[in-house]
Design a binder for this molecule. Structure first.
Ligand code: PSV
Ligand code: MN
Length: 430
């Protein structure tokens, strides 16, 4: 039975009125899939093995460079964020881990924080370092970079912060450090492209050396922003190069929003797997140049094609396959819990559809250059409405058949607004 702030009986009571309809839909989809040679129960069982991490920073209202509109009852510290993450997990049963970001989530007692998470049925996923903002009382500024900065004092400070994140993560039971640096330039000529990458790799090697044996270091690339002319780790090529130079524990993390519009991200996924460097994901969606929109809200087909590569890689692993799946979104105008529930469902749907691809038919069509047959094997899977499978997996795990309705019925924000301190005005991404 699920742990967390909601009484599990309340979830079941909420399920009762829609249970018969759900059974009908599940059975009907089961008959349809059986005609395609697929056992719906096998797919539901496979989906039960899939899970995602929630970013601690995505549980509060995000903002833009221009403004941030706070919401009554939103969490303002990691303990409150865990409480909200536990709600998401109780209802959708697919997000059992939280990915913390330091120093935002720094506490005095990490062991106590881990115990608090465990008591709510949560664990910690990759820890994220932050060398893209200056902190109060910090000796050096990151204005001109961090791990790649010209100034050795700045680089050392960034290295020390990453090592501190590893130490905190060890206490939290985490096994990965995600490193995203904002390092880059705004003007041609501002920095030497090669030397700045050399400095990044040398500094990252010092962080790498501090990784415990069973840890991974996930390098996250981003095309631009906040640097608008060049970023040091701008693309999967630079990321893979750095990961290769650092060693086997270094892998690449693909944030879907960190690419130019229309880039073939699914091919990048296949390439990284081929290199043995596919470390993880930050799921979100994007229309123009952002990395903030809810997963699957703009381009669900792209999400499906990414999962098509992931299921292919899972079935035919080359040099191991263990990507860390996380969400990374900024919720400016929605209740973050609702966005998490909706996004987790969109991601699980893309994953489930990819499981429905008839891979034997796909491979056969590819082998004989039957282009239309190959495309149709993807089409058929993508067109299938997998909603009943998602609902069944949740129901079996003690979750809600209709998570958003269940969440709204408990009036969580209203309750929390009475006790949680209110967030001030201001701009900024978090
Ligand atoms: C950068 O845009 C990023 O995607 C990285 O993952 C950061 O750690 C995160 O957003 C937090 O804002
Ligand atoms: Mn990210």
């Amino acid at each position: 039975m699920s742990k967390g702030p909601i009484n599990p009986d309340q979830i079941m009571v909420g399920n009762d009125p829609v249970l018969a309809g759900h059974r009908d839909d599940y059975d009907s989809l089961g008959r349809h899939l059986s005609r395609r040679g697929i056992s719906i129960d096998d797919i539901t069982a496979q989906l039960a093995a899939f899970s995602l991490a929630i970013p601690s920073w995505g549980l509060g209202r995000g903002g833009t460079r221009f403004a941030k509109f706070a919401m009554p009852g939103e969490p303002t510290n990691i303990h409150e964020k865990l409480e909200d993450a536990a709600i998401v997990q109780q209802l959708c049963c697919i997000t059992p881990r939280v990915s913390p970001h330091f120093p935002w989530d720094r506490v005095d007692d990490f062991v106590g924080l881990r115990e608090a998470a465990t008591s709510m049925g949560l664990e910690f996923d990759a820890v994220n370092s932050n060398t893209f903002q200056d902190q109060k009382d910090q000796a050096h500024s990151y204005q001109y970079g961090s791990l790649s900065a010209q100034d050795k004092g700045v680089r050392d400070q960034a290295i020390a912060h990453n090592i501190e994140c590893i130490a905190a993560g060890t206490l939290l039971g985490s096994q990965a450090l995600t490193v995203w640096v904002a390092d880059g330039t705004n003007f041609p000529g501002q920095q030497d492209f090669s030397r700045s990458l050399d400095r990044y790799i040398d500094a990252a090697a010092e962080v790498y050396a501090a990784l415990p044996t069973d840890w991974r270091m996930l390098l996250e690339h981003k095309l631009f922003e906040p640097a608008f002319y060049s970023s040091v780790i701008s693309d999967w090529g630079s990321s893979a190069l750095a990961a290769q130079e650092l060693g086997p524990k270094a892998q690449c993390l693909v944030d879907l929003g960190h690419h130019a519009p229309n880039v073939n991200i699914e091919q990048i996924v296949a390439r990284l797997h081929r290199l043995g460097k596919l470390g993880g994901f930050h799921f979100n969606d994007s229309k123009y140049g952002d990395d903030d929109l809810d997963s699957g809200s703009i381009n669900p087909h792209q999400l499906f094609l990414v999962f098509n590569e992931l299921i292919e890689a899972q079935n035919n692993p080359r040099t191991g396959f263990n990507p860390a799946y996380m969400i990374d979104q900024s919720h400016n105008v929605t209740d973050p819990i609702e966005s998490m529930l909706s996004s987790a469902e969109a991601i699980a749907a893309a994953c489930t559809k990819a499981m429905l691809v008839d891979r034997a038919a796909l491979h056969e069509a590819q082998a004989c250059n039957d282009v239309m047959a190959a495309f149709q094997s993807l089409r058929l899977a993508y067109r299938t409405d997998v909603t009943p499978i998602l609902a069944e997996a949740r129901y079996k795990a003690g979750g809600a058949l209709m998570p958003l309705n269940a969440y709204r019925s408990i009036e969580w924000r209203l309750l929390k607004a009475r006790h949680r301190k209110s967030v001030g005005l201001g701009a900024g991404i978090v």
